[in-house]
Design a protein around this ligand. Sequence first.
Ligand code: ADP
Ligand code: MG
Length: 729
Amino acid sequence: MGVHKKSPKRQRGAESPAESAPAAARDNAGVAQPALTTPLRDIPGISRRDADALALLGVTNVGRLVAYLPTRHEFEEAEAPIAELEPGRIISARGEITATRVAGMGRKRRFEAVLCDDTGRLDLVWFNMAFLRDRIGPGTRLRVQGTAKRRGYALQLVNPRFEILDPTGDEPGRADARLRPIYPASERINSRQIGRCVEAVLDIALPLIDDHLAENFRRQRDMPALADAYRMMHAPESEDEVASARRRLAYDELLMLQLGVHLKRAHLRRTLSAPALRFDDATDAHIRARIPFTLTPSQDAVVRDIARDLSSTTPTNRLIQGDVGSGKTVVALYAMLMAAATGHQSALMAPTEILAEQHFLSISDMLEGSKVRVALLTGSTPKTERAGILDQLEAGEIDLLIGTHALLTESVRFRSLAVAIIDEQHRFGVHQRAHMRTHSTAGDDERTTPHVLVMTATPIPRTLGMTLFGDLDISTIDGMPPGRAPVRTRVVGPVKRPDVYAWLRGKLDAGEQAYVVVPAIEDPGPDGPVNLRRLMRELETGPLEGKRVAALHGRLKRDTRAHVMGRFRSGLIDCLVATTVIEVGVDVPNATVMVIEEADRFGLAQLHQLRGRVGRGEKPSVCVLIGEAKTDDGWRRLEAMAETSSGFDLAERDLEIRGPGELFGAKQSGLPPFKVADLTRDLDLLAMARHDAAAWIDRSPRLAGDDETLVRRRLMKRYGDSLGIADVG
Ligand code: ADP
Ligand code: MG
């Protein structure tokens, strides 16, 4: 049995597109013909045992079995004379046994046999199958199949499959070369057995499978019909057929998701509207006057996108991506001030209190002396203060509300919320975005919804962006504000820690500031990871003695935290030893060193975010990753960090290392995974599917045409619930 790239679980309970097809037809005699919905138990060629084993894999009927796809194919050579066999191939041969013996002890105990034909000799060995000596002996005629290995002058097959040939009967014909599908198997049923079950239904099932894509549409894209694709997957005649089948089935998966996403978007646009905000040169000048620097060309471009969006009644759904430090906050501020200029409210939601506090401080700073009223609302806002803020919000006496998840609670009511912004969206997951939209309606009209902007620095790889976030428009802030020195990254093993801290001391002596990040606050045990308390002690009494070192973590009280951050910002603290609470948003230009302890414990996105805390000023910065990766993937992450400083490259690398299913967002999204499509390879298919789906929904926004019944049914079956489109139309 082969190694499977995807686990059998992935196909568990998979619905088959083949299923949504006509019900069982009855022939003239009134006997039920098998249909796609016929249980496998009722299929004569499938044993009860196999049917039960398949049921455990979620494969219960004919349609689902056809949709249960091989993860790869193995090429099996045609049967050949022994002299013509080559090592490294899956070969078949037949001949007569000339000698056998049982050898070895314990786990190495094995049954060996020599198989000869007129042209040569093949050595066979089976481990732990000594009982074979009762069935196979000199003179037995045998047909064998397995992967040939070179052993001395002869070829050897280890644990080959075999068939004892009856010397008196007719021998089976020679096996042709074939591509054997390898199915995700289980303890109860192996790939070959699954293959035989598929063979038992394939011929009756294929003619029952209707295609949801018109022939014309397929021909233009050079795609085989659905039934043909299934046939080519299960019983391919060539590698080309496998490729062609894969292409069609992968395209189908991508197209379905894109159709769902576009259908939903068309629906939202049709049924909801957002306040159109005023936008003219005076407003623009007014807003810019509040920003203490000139926007970069790429910030300018994004601001233009946003201004255009917000001045329309079509609800905005825009993703703003820009690497760590690229300057997304002012862009958010711009949108918020557009709302204020038209007399509406706006909200900015951050994933951590520290970040929310920082946004509140810097935005209040920029708005000093203006009429715009800003408030901060987080989980640690005291009760009475909170009650006051809620009242003012409802009365329209607060223009900009900044906060954390606390903004999403039912009691938070706006008088007229026009712009909702989610910062560092990847830390939230997809659901909050929907929540923000539904919960925070402006005014009493249910059809009014705020414009939504989401910001992320953990860039969404292009591919995922197009799938999971397919309903978002995307703006990108390229490059960095002027005057930034690049950050150098070094990876060192734990033995170098003393050197790292000696060097760090030198930097602090020169007046620069540093962060040291650790994975945990407390001691989980003497051999546990480096933690904050222990490291604080070590540094204060060792390499950083006499320096001003302070701890920062999530368990500190809000006031203490604000106090520490304030002192660090104004240079009264040299080195901040922190947990990942500083991962996002913290912005102190004089900090030039980031040391990350146990770096291999962090994900790539996190490491990149942490590194983004330095390199914010004109002095060159350094990021030191201390760690010793325990896994290959761990090494690859650390190497990737050392090799590139671009968040976009890192996100693509992350996708390669972890696979799309593991990425942020992908899991929380609750969308069913793809079975065939592979987002790291199928970029062109994805682009095609996206383009096709957009054009399709443009032409038929409700997917309600007579010829669209099947595609609609299959779409709803797959995504009706997860995309919340079941009742759209
Ligand atoms: P992020 O995209 O990571 O949220 P921030 O919005 O926090 O980045 O910006 C990082 C720093 O860059 C802040 O100190 C901000 O004031 C500064 N900044 C942003 N845009 C510009 C600009 N156009 N010119 C100069 N400094 C800028
Ligand atoms: Mg930010």
